[in-house]
Design a protein around this ligand. Structure first.
Ligand code: NZQ
Ligand code: ZN
Length: 393
C-alpha cells in the first residue's frame, strides 16, 4: 500500500427529515447571510426549497435565492453567482441540488472569498486558491459525490473545456442527505447517478496496485451494493432502502475512501468530460459511452486484475483469466444497457462522428498532445483517439 493522507471533514446529516437541520447547521458553521443556489426547478416543485426557507425565517438567517444552474454547469453562471454573493455580502453558500449545483456553489464560494481574481484562474492553475467561504450541500441526486468531495467541475462555454479542480477547500462543511428527496428523480437521472458512482469506484480500482489491500475489498463491496440497489431504484424509485444505499455509496466512493493507498486513474472521466464539453451530454452517460471501449483497449495491462473484478463483482468463477476479464467487461456493459445507459456514440445520441471531430476530442483530452492522462495505462493523444474511434459506433 502506498502512503496516504485522508481527511474528509464534511459533517454528514443523513436520513428522513435531515433538511430540517439546514438552518441550524449553517449557523453552526458561521453563516448568517446565505446565498442559496439551486437548479432548474426540481427543488421548487418538490417543496424542498420552501421547507428550507421556512427554517431560515425561523432561525433569523438572511438569504437570497439564485436558481438556474444547468447540468454541466457553466463558468458564466458561476461568475454571475460571485457577483450576486459579493453584492449581497454573503458569508455562506448553500447548494440545493446535485453535482452541478454543488460545484457551482463551491465556485461561487471561491470567487466571493477572492473577489479580485476571476474564478477560471483557479481552474486553469493561473492562480492558487488559498481561501474560500463555507459551503453547505442539500443533496437531491446521488451521483457526483460533490457533497463530500474535494472536486468542483465547470464548463467554460467560450472554449468548450470542461474541467475540474481538486483542493481540500472544495470539501463542503456539511451535507444534508435525505434519501426521500431522491423519490422524484426520473429513472434516467437515477441511472446516470448509479453509473457515476460505479465509475468513481472503478477509476480507483483499475490502477497500479501494490499487493492485496482493504481498499479493494471496500470497492468490490460498494460496486456490488450499487448494482443491486441501482437495479431496484431504477424501477422502484420510492424504495427508501435502495435509495439510501445508493446515496451513501455515492459519498463514500468519491470522498477518496476508495482510493486510499493507490493513485486514482480517472482517464474515463477525462474522455467523458470532452464529450460533455462538446455535446453537453449528461455526465453519467458520457462515462458509460466510453468505459467499454477504454476497458477493451487497456485490459492487457493487467489481465488478472480485470479477472478478479469479474469474479468478485460479477461472480464469474470459471474460465481463464482472459476469458473472465472479457466476461467482466461484457457484464458491465450489459448492466449499463439494462439501465438504458449508452455504451457507444450512437446510443449516446450524438451519432457517428467524422475523423475531424474525433481529433478535436483527442486534442482537448491531451491539451493538444502536451499531456498524458491516467496511471493504469497512461493515455496520450493517439491512444485517446484510438479509444474515441472504438466508441464511435
Ligand atoms: O436542475 P434541476 O431541476 O434540479 O434538475 C436536475 C438536473 O436536471 C435533476 N434533479 C436533481 N435532483 C432531482 C432532480 N430531478 C428530480 N428530483 C430530484 N430530486 O437531475 C438533473 C441532473 O442534475 P446534476 O446536478 O447535473 O447531476 P449530477 O449530480 O450527476 O451532477 C453532474 C455534474 O457533476 C460533475 C459532472 O461533471 C457534472 O457537471 N461532477 C462533479 C464531481 C465532483 N464535484 O466531485 C465529480 C464527478 O465525477 C462529476 O464530474
Ligand atoms: Zn463522475
Amino acid at each position: 500500500m502506498q502512503n496516504f493522507e485522508f481527511k474528509c471533514p464534511t459533517d454528514i446529516i443523513f436520513g428522513r427529515g435531515a433538511e430540517e437541520k439546514t438552518a441550524a447547521k449553517i449557523k453552526e458553521y458561521g453563516g448568517s447571510r446565505v446565498l442559496v443556489v439551486y437548479g432548474g426547478g426540481s427543488a421548487v416543485k418538490s417543496g424542498l426549497l420552501s421547507r428550507i426557507e421556512r427554517g431560515f425565517v425561523d432561525a433569523g438567517l438572511s438569504y437570497e435565492l439564485m436558481g438556474g444552474v444547468k447540468p454541466n454547469p457553466t463558468l458564466s453562471f458561476a461568475r454571475q453567482g460571485v457577483n450576486r454573493a459579493v453584492t449581497f455580502g454573503a458569508d455562506f453558500i448553500l447548494g440545493v441540488g446535485g453535482g452541478s449545483v454543488i460545484d457551482t456553489a463551491k465556485a461561487i464560494a471561491h470567487g466571493t472569498a477572492n473577489p479580485d481574481i476571476d474564478i477560471w484562474a483557479f481552474w486553469t492553475g493561473r492562480a492558487k486558491l488559498e481561501k474560500t467561504l463555507p459551503v453547505g450541500a442539500v443533496l437531491t441526486i446521488a451521483a457526483a459525490g460533490s457533497e463530500s468531495s474535494n472536486s468542483a467541475v465547470l464548463t467554460n462555454e467560450e472554449t468548450g473545456k470542461k474541467a475540474g479542480i481538486n483542493t481540500e477547500l472544495n470539501r463542503p462543511a456539511f451535507a444534508i442527505m435525505n434519501p426521500e428527496i431522491l423519490f422524484t428523480l426520473p429513472p434516467r437521472q437515477i441511472a446516470c447517478g448509479v453509473a457515476d458512482i460505479f465509475m468513481h469506484t472503478l477509476e480507483r480500482y483499475f490502477t497500479k496496485i501494490e499487493g492485496n489491500n482493504f481498499t479493494d475489498l471496500v470497492a468490490e463491496a460498494l460496486l456490488k451494493n450499487v448494482i443491486d440497489n441501482g437495479r431496484i431504484a431504477f424501477t422502484h424509485r420510492k424504495n427508501y432502502d435502495a435509495q439510501s444505499e445508493i446515496m451513501w455509496c455515492g459519498s463514500v466512493s468519491h470522498s477518496n475512501f476508495t482510493e486510499l493507498g493507490r493513485m486514482k486513474d480517472f482517464s474515463v472521466h477525462r474522455l467523458g468530460h470532452e464529450l460533455s464539453g462538446k455535446f453537453d451530454v449528461p455526465h453519467g452517460e458520457s462515462l458509460t459511452a466510453m468505459w467499454g471501449s477504454w476497458a477493451r483497449f487497456v485490459f492487457a495491462e493487467d489481465v488478472p486484475r480485470f479477472a478478479r473484478y469479474a469474479e468478485k463483482v460479477w461472480g464469474v468463477n470459471s474460465g481463464t483469466d482472459i476469458e473472465r476479464a472479457r466476461a467482466g467487461i461484457r457484464l458491465t456493459e450489459e448492466f449499463f444497457r439494462e439501465l438504458k445507459l449508452p455504451t457507444n456514440f450512437t446510443e449516446l445520441g450524438i451519432g457517428v462522428q467524422d475523423e475531424a471531430s474525433l481529433a478535436y476530442l483527442a486534442d482537448m483530452f491531451s491539451d493538444y498532445g502536451k499531456k498524458t492522462v491516467g496511471v493504469f495505462h497512461p493515455l496520450d493523444r493517439n491512444t485517446a483517439l484510438e479509444i474515441y474511434r472504438a466508441a464511435n459506433r
